[in-house]
Design a protein around this ligand. Structure first.
Ligand code: GLV
Length: 329
């Protein structure tokens, strides 16, 4: 019986790390997730599970894995895992924070700039031979980013990294919402904590950087879009269900807001058909927030390291439910 089950293709260095620790493994070396039944079969008997966000790891699956000690998600978000069900069974859950913070903030800002300056529209125009001469009033005339107001919904690690780019790189005024004040960001970036309503009303660009939870489900609907500036942009590189996607499409189509940069979708991998049709000031990407070679490699290694620690009897560095460890150790 293999000790570790790796559900999908990860970076080879992480597999080598497991091997260097003499951990036997079953490796589904594919970019396609296993279907739920095959996943159940795969985890049977394993002590460690390395999984991706497209693997649904719930209590039902855990029932099939009596030996499971650790679930290592190769992601910072873990809404695919029922952490409470894991805790009840004494299973440690880990994620991959920090290594992807700057990469995800880069992508967030790339979406913001691309939507504001209409880069994909310009790219299509250029490649299709439509560029005949320079015009002062270009068809892709955009809006400025420099000096505008950036609203961060969720001033955690990634939110702060996005805010830093805005404040220090683009002279933006930063507003934020968070569960607690962030005095360091306020000092470094001149950021101001505000109510959600004030952030909606005053921001030119809103970046969502909060996890997907019951509390954050659909916090952006038509009601919120109506409170935003008609010139505002929404950027989401966090999780799809935070935004009611058909409301977003309607808000863009009807001009309630001006644009959007969207990397995550409510019914991923599907995109709302109406949203897919909208091109002006709208940029979409296939969940590539952390997708740089360096970062995806580091995430893979971090997940392997988390499993190795747990199977060696140490509390893994990125345990999300470390109280479980205290109870079993
Ligand atoms: C990717 O979406 C992640 O949570 O790391």
């Amino acid at each position: 019986m293999p000790q570790v089950c790796v559900t999908q293709r990860i970076f080879p260095e992480a597999i080598e790390l497991l091997e260097s620790e003499n951990l036997s493994h079953s490796y589904h070396e594919s970019d396609q997730a296993l279907d739920p039944q095959d996943l159940k079969e795969a985890v049977k008997g394993c002590e460690g599970l390395i999984c991706l966000i497209t693997d649904k790891v719930d209590g039902g699956l855990m029932e099939h894995a009596h030996n499971l000690k650790v679930i290592a998600n190769v992601a910072v978000g873990y809404d695919n895992i029922d952490v409470n069900a894991a805790s009840e069974r004494g299973i440690i859950v880990t994620n991959t924070p920090d290594v992807l913070t700057e990469t995800t903030a880069d992508l967030t800002f790339a979406l913001l700039l691309a939507a504001a300056r209409r880069i994909p529209e310009a790219d299509t125009y250029m490649r299709s031979g439509q560029f005949k001469e320079f015009k002062l009033y270009q068809p892709q005339i955009g809006v400025d980013v420099f000096g505008k107001t950036l609203g961060i919904v969720g001033m955690g690690r990634i939110g702060t990294a996005v805010a830093r780019r805005g404040a220090l790189g683009f002279g933006m005024k930063v507003l934020y919402t968070a569960n607690s004040p962030k005095p360091e960001a306020e000092k470094e970036l001149g950021a101001t904590q505000v109510t959600f309503e004030k952030l909606l009303k005053e921001s030119d660009f809103i970046s969502i950087n909060t996890p997907s939870t019951l509390e954050t489900h659909h916090i952006f609907t038509l009601k919120e879009f109506k409170q935003m500036k008609r010139t505002a942009f929404l950027i989401n590189a966090a999780r799809g269900p935070i935004v009611k996607e058909d409301d977003l499409a309607e808000a863009l189509e009807s001009g309630l807001i001006q644009g959007a940069g969207i990397d995550v979708f409510e019914r991923e991998p599907l995109i709302d058909p109406k949203l897919a049709q909208l091109k002006k000031h709208v940029v979409v990407a296939p969940h590539i927030g952390s997708a740089s070679v360096e970062t995806r490699r580091n995430m893979s290694l971090m997940a392997a390291q988390n499993v190795i620690s747990a199977l060696k009897g140490q509390c893994p560095p990125n345990a999300l439910n470390s109280e479980v460890w205290k109870n079993v150790s």
